[in-house]
Ligand binder design. Structure first.
Ligand code: SF4
Length: 176
């Protein structure tokens, strides 16, 4: 078997929606090489070559597969978390089995613009993230040089809805 084991690392409530859970799991081997093949098989997957990640949306759930890890947010409960782990393991192994018949796809199907990320930021230009403006921060996030966690104002209660939206957008692209 190509991928032998998927092991749970941790489970915790989602940042913006505490009624749902997020979790991380570790793979027993590096599966990076198979990600472009899964990108072909799953028609609406988002593959990010730069950080070697592939994201699949299952209704409201966001499932991101990295070379050595799995990160999932908005899962319903712990038993669903284990079902998702099995599902990913089967997807990886079945794709690997059919690898020779599949043309790998290295392109990212969709990518939000700087302005799309910017619209959910607090727009305070307070520089707490280390950038001169919120727009510069949005641009750095998309190039993988910044993380949303550096913007403390967005974690305030009044920005909860925007945090949820921007986190979803970034998680879909494989950024944590
Ligand atoms: S910390 Fe947030 S609000 Fe302040 S400049 Fe950076 S992105 Fe804008």
């Amino acid at each position: 078997m190509y991928l032998k084991e998927v092991k749970m690392n941790f489970i915790q409530p989602c940042t913006a929606d505490s009624t749902r859970i997020r979790f991380k799991a570790k793979f027993s081997s590096d599966i990076s090489e198979i990600l472009p093949y899964i990108n072909t098989v799953v028609k609406d997957a988002i593959y990010n070559k730069k950080i070697q990640s592939l994201t699949i949306r299952k209704e409201f759930r966001i499932i991101t597969i990295y070379g050595m890890n799995l990160a999932v947010s908005k899962a319903v409960n712990e038993s669903e978390a284990y079902e998702i782990m099995d599902l990913v393991k089967d997807l990886v192994n079945n794709t690997y089995k059919r690898k020779d018949e599949i043309e790998p796809l290295y392109e990212m199907r969709e990518k939000p613009s700087t302005l799309e990320v910017y619209k959910y930021l607090p727009k305070l230009n307070c520089k707490k993230c280390g950038e001169a403006t919120c727009l510069a921060f949005a641009s750095k996030i998309l190039s993988g040089m910044q993380t949303i966690k550096k913007c403390r104002p967005i974690y305030e209660e009044t920005n909860k809805e925007n945090l949820d939206k921007v986190e979803n957008m970034l998680q879909v692209m494989g950024y944590e």
